[in-house]
Write a protein that binds this ligand. Structure first.
Ligand code: MN
Length: 242
């Protein structure tokens, strides 16, 4: 059997972000690729440009992985500008939102990480909290974009796709996000929360759609409970579809 092919929209890196390059780049950080490959899948990185069309690229793949990145443009969810919003890429927002809707319509499995989980929520009409540290309840979630060693526990809902993937009721998670899910998108269910009550995972009611607010790829090489999310996703991607 050939390895399931997983579409991964890439980050746009500005000129100077790659050493020795004077031009920009499109990139997918290695830990995502490594976690997919350990699960038996292959990553197909696709740059988000004006020319990218969600239906066309989804025709060629078995699943969709949305990775971390800058903030979703607040106008996408009726939000106001905020001085701490960073890294907005309107073309990436447009492509990823279209991809999520199209993938769910086709029953393609979707794993969405950090920014990805926020994109899923926005794609289904939900809203985001613009900057968690504005609220003293939410101080344990680290700060993007650099990994800064922040970890916290999440409680996993019994009977959820997340619970059946990781096989436990709690996970220790690498966390670096300054935004979070506020109003839940329609058709989504919350399947993990942190102790402060923040939404940490959402799932769809049909098909296999899992969004997690933490970074399973950060610790998947040493935490089987985190690698299990990629394993379950790639198993779904390998399933024959009608
Ligand atoms: Mn968190």
């Amino acid at each position: 059997m050939t390895a399931p092919l997983v579409l991964v929209p890439s980050y746009r890196l500005a000129s100077g972000r790659v050493e020795g390059w004077t031009v920009g780049a499109h990139a997918v950080p290695e830990p995502y690729v490594a976690a997919l490959e350990r699960a038996g899948g292959h990553a197909l990185a696709v740059p988000a440009t004006r020319g990218s069309s969600a239906p066309e690229v989804l025709d060629r793949v078995d699943g969709l992985l949305l990775i971390g990145g800058g903030d979703v443009e607040p106008g996408r969810y009726g939000g106001a500008p905020h001085e701490r919003i960073y890294g907005v890429d309107a073309e990436r927002d447009a492509l990823e939102i279209a991809l999520v809707r199209e993938a769910v319509g086709r029953r393609l499995p979707v794993l969405a990480i950090c920014r990805g989980a926020q994109v899923v929520n926005v794609a289904f009409g939900g809203t985001l909290l613009p900057h968690l540290p504005d609220d003293p309840r939410f101080r344990a979630h680290g700060s993007p974009p650099a990994p800064n060693g922040s970890t916290h526990q999440v409680s996993v809902a019994a009977g959820s796709a997340l619970g059946s993937a990781c096989g436990s009721a709690a996970l220790v998670c690498s966390s670096r996000h300054h935004q979070g899910i506020d109003a839940l998108g329609s058709g989504l269910v919350v399947t993990a929360t942190s102790r402060d009550g923040l939404v940490e995972a959402v799932e769809g009611r049909t098909g296999w759609l899992l969004g997690v607010q933490w970074h399973p790829e950060d610790t998947a090489d040493r935490d089987p409970g985190q690698q299990a999310l990629f394993d379950a996703f790639v198993r779904e991607a390998a399933r024959p579809r009608a």
